[in-house]
Design a protein around this ligand. Structure first.
Ligand code: AMP
Length: 292
């Protein structure tokens, strides 16, 4: 596996790998890309493993993208762990780790940004204005640099998944987005690089996000489809901690394609939650009435 830091190196090595794969296998390889911000955990690695099962060449990008962090957010303190990340990627079978600097991605004079549409104006977009513009801009740049056939994203960031999918269609990019299931701790907490920020008391409370979503799903399966009622059921699971240094940012049910907020839930809709535990902001979601 190679660790590369510049666009030129990435493109040269990817081309060489492509040609040697073609020569060895007598067929053109499928190229996969898993974009991440590093500080990798088993959630990220599940994406990389799936990519390596499905693609002949797999690239993992590690880039803490300044363009998707707002004023006062955790850009500076976001965990960075290149060596450990690279070791995990190698173990998972990746061919290339692409870890560019901010200057490499946004050199002096850079000024072009993509603008996400209405799907970015709700949920996380309300508290993080401009966040999804930064996300789709860096994704589009990574797609152009790496030229993947498949791009692997986690359902953990469900709104991001929908907005990136929309961008692919709107910009006629011939890349298939692969949505991968959320990997959780045993107590239900979705793995996240930000879980490292949680103090012991916060960590003990954090699984309540998933419990709230599960309660909503259980009620939905039991025949309750009115979203107002489902939200009440979810919020009830959180109650002992709301107002106690912890706060709920949103708890909604949305259409899984358009992300429109629903009043009546249908199978396949997504219940989505964001909450603050002290300084740490966590998100999670669940598919209502899924077969799993
Ligand atoms: P990040 O480094 O947080 O930008 O995440 C990179 C990718 O990993 C995104 O597509 C995330 O949705 C995905 N991801 C993060 N956490 C998880 C998880 N617990 N399970 C599955 N995918 C995840």
């Amino acid at each position: 596996m190679q660790i590369l830091h510049t666009v030129d190196e990435l493109q040269r090595v990817a081309r060489e790998l492509y040609i040697s794969f073609e020569d060895d296998n007598h067929e053109a390889p499928q190229v996969g890309l898993t974009p991440t911000m590093g500080a990798l955990h088993l959630g990220h690695i599940s994406l990389v493993e799936q990519m390596m099962e499905e693609c002949g060449i797999g690239i993992v990008s590690l880039f803490v993208n300044p363009a998707q962090f707002g004023e006062g957010e955790d850009f500076d303190k976001y965990p960075r762990a290149l060596e450990a990340d690279a070791a995990l990627c190698e173990q998972a079978g990746a061919d290339i780790v692409f870890a560019p600097s901010a200057d490499e991605m946004y050199p002096a004079g850079y000024e072009t940004m993509l603008k996400a549409g209405s799907m970015a104006e709700r949920f996380c977009g309300l508290s993080r204005p401009g966040h999804f513009d930064g996300v789709i801009t860096v994704c589009c740049k990574l797609f152009n640099i790496c030229q993947p056939d498949f791009a692997y994203f986690g359902e953990k960031d469900f709104q991001q998944l929908c907005i990136v999918e929309r961008m692919l269609r709107d910009l006629h990019l011939d890349i298939q987005l692969v949505a991968c299931p959320i990997v959780r701790e045993e107590d239900g907490l979705a793995l996240s690089s930000r879980n490292k920020y949680l103090g012991d008391a916060e960590r003990a409370e954090a699984p309540k996000l998933h419990k709230a979503l599960q309660a909503m799903d259980a009620a939905f399966r039991g025949g309750e489809h009115e979203v107002k009622v489902l939200r009440g059921i979810g919020a009830h699971e959180l109650e002992p901690w709301t107002g106690n240094g912890f706060s709920l940012e949103y708890l909604e049910v949305a259409d899984p394609y358009t992300l429109e907020v629903k009043a009546e839930a249908a199978p396949g809709d997504r219940a989505l939650i964001a909450a603050h535990l002290g300084e740490t902001r966590l998100i999670d979601n669940i598919e209502l009435g899924s077969e799993e």
